[in-house]
Design a protein around this ligand. Structure first.
Ligand SMILES: C[S@@+](CC[C@H](N)C(=O)[O-])C[C@H]1O[C@@H](n2cnc3c(N)ncnc32)[C@H](O)[C@@H]1O
Length: 295
């Protein structure tokens, strides 16, 4: 009986792993068709939550993801390369960008000629769910997903892949929107409806924070923080661009805040792959603050 129970906890049933057909080709087709529209409205930084001067937000990203000289960084879901070029223009880093869209891949490469970089940037057209096969294991100091993680329809797999490609002590940083908890049943129905519209319009699978964190803990990622991005009111872009953009995708604009129910929250999640072998160094298990264990 005990053996049976233990086997159950080792099985897929215990980890909720169901085989899922990946939606990557669909996402690639979506961006092949819509990248020009995105570029018109957003420029080469395709992120909805941003500051009026979007580079202030990227500086904030550099600070919070702790991007530093000498690092090898994977920008997973890199768009047309705007963030990757910015990071490599400020820092002597090596950035690998991956996008599922051929159109974005071509545009990202074409932009290289006009850039002056301190570091290096390289792009791959591929599926981020394949990142371990493409780049190998224990390669990156940072894996960042900047409003790209939510496209995945198999987030446990994606998080596992990020774990594999990170070096021990490497950091996974995600900035994205997450489904809001239902304050009450009535609002819950509305939130479900709006989230389904967002998913349909943007080829998205808005993430559930609890599921994401549970997967990270299951893999022994060390949680460094989960927080709402800290942007000053005067600097916040207030989603004006996104709101204008909504119409293009057939989603209602926010006309008035009265009766408006926010369907999502934006969060930053920062987690670290343990820098030590947990099975060998159990005495370090609780000493999981980076300043204590970082080499
Ligand atoms: C909203 S855009 C964000 C782009 C970029 N992070 C930025 O800040 O400009 C989402 C990006 O995720 C990428 N993406 C989505 N699913 C992907 C997948 N399966 N493999 C690789 N890239 C993917 C898309 O190609 C697109 O570049």
């Amino acid at each position: 009986m005990l053996k049976k129970l233990l086997n159950f906890f080792k099985s897929d049933a215990a980890t909720d792993k169901k085989p899922v057909a990946l939606n990557s080709a669909e996402v690639g087709a979506f961006y092949n068709n819509t990248t020009d529209k995105f570029l018109e409205v957003y420029g080469d930084i395709i992120q909805a939550f941003r500051t009026n001067n979007v580079y202030d937000y990227l500086d904030y990203t550099i600070q919070n993801a702790e991007l530093k000289d000498g690092q090898k960084i994977l920008d997973a879901g890199c768009g047309v390369g705007g963030p990757a070029y910015y990071f490599a223009s400020k820092l002597n880093v090596e950035v690998e960008g991956i996008t599922i869209s051929d159109v974005q891949f071509e545009k990202a490469n074409a932009a290289k000629a006009s850039k002056t970089l301190l570091g290096k940037v390289n792009f791959t057209k591929g599926d981020y769910h394949d990142m371990d096969r493409i780049y190998g294991a224990d390669v990156f100091d940072r894996v960042v997903f900047l409003e790209s993680f939510g496209h995945s329809n198999n987030k446990p797999l994606l998080i596992e892949k990020a774990f594999k490609v990170l070096k021990p002590g490497g950091v996974l940083y995600i900035k994205d929107l997450f489904k809001r908890e239902h304050p009450n049943a009535e609002d819950g129905i509305l939130i479900d409806k709006i989230v389904a519209e967002i998913d349909r319009a943007y080829c998205y699978h808005v993430a559930d924070l609890h599921e994401v964190l549970a997967t990270m803990r299951r893999l022994n990622f060390i949680i460094l923080f989960v927080k709402t991005p800290e942007v000053k009111v005067g600097e916040f872009e207030h989603l004006t661009i996104s709101n204008n953009f909504q119409e293009l995708f057939d989603i209602a604009r926010i006309i008035s805040w009265e009766n408006y129910i926010f369907p999502v929250d934006f969060y930053e999640i920062k987690v670290m792959k343990p820098p030590f072998d947990l099975s060998q160094q159990k005495h370090l298990y609780f000493l999981n603050r980076p300043e204590v264990i970082a080499p």
